[in-house]
Design a protein. Structure first.
Length: 121
């Protein structure tokens, strides 16, 4: 679900940028979209057809979604003791998922920058 949400939000962001460019600067929509397409292609491609930013932008949300799912499932399945325990397990799952996302984001960015862009941060 997170990769689909990421694609939707990327499209909304591009649409918002186009509306701002049109409204503030008077840039026609076709010129904006042509420039966006060119900039997207200049980010580099992987295997001759897949833009690198696209790979990074969809791989990370998929990993984050897996981490959230596994964390929530683990804490939910190990909750015993009634509704109070379920509330505590939910709180723990949210906190642990948030910390996992921070850590995974750092390490995935490092790994993908080396693998996709051949550069160290």
């Amino acid at each position: 679900m997170l990769p689909a949400l990421t694609i939707l939000m990327d499209l909304i962001g591009i649409l918002g940028g186009m509306l701002m460019a049109l409204g503030d600067e008077g840039v026609p929509a076709d010129v904006f979209l042509r420039g966006a397409r060119t900039a997207f292609g200049l980010g580099g491609v992987l295997a001759g057809f897949m833009p690198r930013d696209f790979v990074m932008g969809l791989l990370k949300p998929a990993v984050f979604g897996g981490a959230i799912t596994l964390t929530g499932s683990y804490y939910g399945l190990h909750a015993t003791g009634g509704a109070d325990a379920v509330g505590r397990a939910t709180t723990r799952a949210v906190v642990v998922s948030s910390m996992l996302i921070f850590g995974l984001d750092y390490f995935l960015t490092q790994l993908l920058m080396v693998l996709l862009y051949n550069q160290q941060i």
